[in-house]
Ligand binder design. Structure first.
Ligand code: DLZ
Length: 158
């Protein structure tokens, strides 16, 4: 389903597990920071809203989305971290950089999750324009950070 048909901030929490003792790593890319800060706030607030303790949410930044994979691995390798949420914004430009970055992150964080057997969530906004990215950072399509936090909670209940 395209994002246009689903609001990223809409979800059903009926079957959420208790996350009071779960520890979360947030990895946030600094490229397009004005937007990634909003994704990060959306994820953080969603975790708190559903019972996570502020002391159990570890937020780290990386320079750009390409570095999300290593950031995720550096967190996931710690036994006490239960789930990692990666957040970034990649916008299409004149070159194919967006393709390379998005594929690298998708493959990279998939592998981190499989290596450490824990949820590593793909919270990457990948759009053609800046406006479309804002639409997914608290705009008309909701907040990708909220969706990413919800995915982490759901996977902890798997
Ligand atoms: C270089 C680059 C470009 C062109 N665009 C983006 C982007 O839209 N979003 C993003 O998160 N990062 C971008 N980067 C930076 C790369 O992710 C990476 O940080 C650098 O190539 C250094 O490895």
């Amino acid at each position: 389903m395209a994002t246009a048909l689903k609001n990223l901030s809409d979800y059903n929490s009926d079957h959420f597990v208790d996350i009071a003792d779960k520890r979360f790593g947030l990895v946030v890319a600094e490229w397009n920071r004005e937007i990634t800060d909003i994704l990060s706030a959306g994820a953080y607030e969603t975790l708190l809203k559903h019972g996570a303790q502020a002391d159990n949410i570890f937020r780290n930044t990386v320079p750009g989305s390409f570095e999300l994979t290593l950031g995720a691995q550096l967190l996931a390798q710690h036994e006490e971290i239960d789930a990692v949420i990666c957040l970034g914004v990649v916008i299409k430009g004149d070159t194919k950089h967006d393709d390379y970055i998005c594929h690298a992150v998708a493959n990279g964080i998939t592998n981190v999750g499989l290596k450490y057997n824990k949820p590593v969530i793909f919270g990457l906004v990948t759009t053609n324009t800046l406006e479309q990215a804002w639409d997914r950072a608290g705009g008309k399509h909701g907040n990708k950070g909220v969706e990413a936090a919800v995915a982490a909670i759901q996977m902890l209940g798997f």
